[in-house]
Design a protein around this ligand. Structure first.
Ligand SMILES: [Zn+2]
Length: 186
């Protein structure tokens, strides 16, 4: 699964867990499925911590953030809704607050990844069709190779999960894999 990049260069991978924050896991937009997915992310991240750079993004909004026109207030900075779920904050990942769907937009994510020589990203998180898909787009536009771990993602509206995976595969050329393959990238 790690394989070689198209130009023959070996993959150097990082793991981005998108928005496993309480408003998407067990508060405002949360669900039992989201809790299951967040716990599954946590157990994988515990196994790979120290072996691969991990970035945990946190949807974090300012008061009256324009995005609230679409979703209403959520993940407001300073509230528990914008905090990482459970023990995710303890796994030693780089915690990256973001205000927009795309984790590359308005953050130093790209320069951080480039500075540590990353060319391939494993991406997981919530919601598959929103912040995961836009972060995948941001990665695609910056020429990263991308693997989305489908069982470590879910959608706020469950029926959109598979649709989003299909779209990302067809327009961004992502690889879709199961987290059980994790051992292959350690
Ligand atoms: Zn948001």
């Amino acid at each position: 699964m790690v394989g070689m990049a198209r130009n023959g260069e070996e993959n150097k991978s990082a793991f981005i867990a998108v928005d496993l924050v309480r408003d998407f896991v067990d508060l405002k937009f949360g669900s039992p499925e989201a809790v299951k997915v967040a716990e599954k992310n946590l157990s994988l991240l515990k196994k790979i911590q120290g072996k691969i750079p991990i970035i945990l993004t946190k949807d974090t909004h300012i008061q009256n953030d324009p995005e609230f026109r679409v979703w209403g207030e959520h993940c407001l900075e300073g509230t528990e809704g914008s905090e990482l779920y459970g023990k995710l904050g303890e796994i030693g990942g780089r915690i990256m607050p973001k205000r927009h769907y795309d984790a590359f937009f308005g953050t130093d994510l790209d320069s951080y990844l480039r500075d540590i020589g990353i060319n391939h990203l494993f991406i997981s998180g919530i919601s598959t069709d929103i912040c995961v898909m836009h972060t995948v787009a941001g990665a695609f536009f910056r020429n990263y190779r991308i693997t989305v771990l489908e069982d470590l993602c879910c959608s706020i509206e469950p029926e959109k999960h598979q649709t989003a995976l299909n779209i990302m595969k067809s327009i961004y050329g992502i690889t879709i894999a199961l987290s059980g393959k994790a051992g292959e990238f350690l």
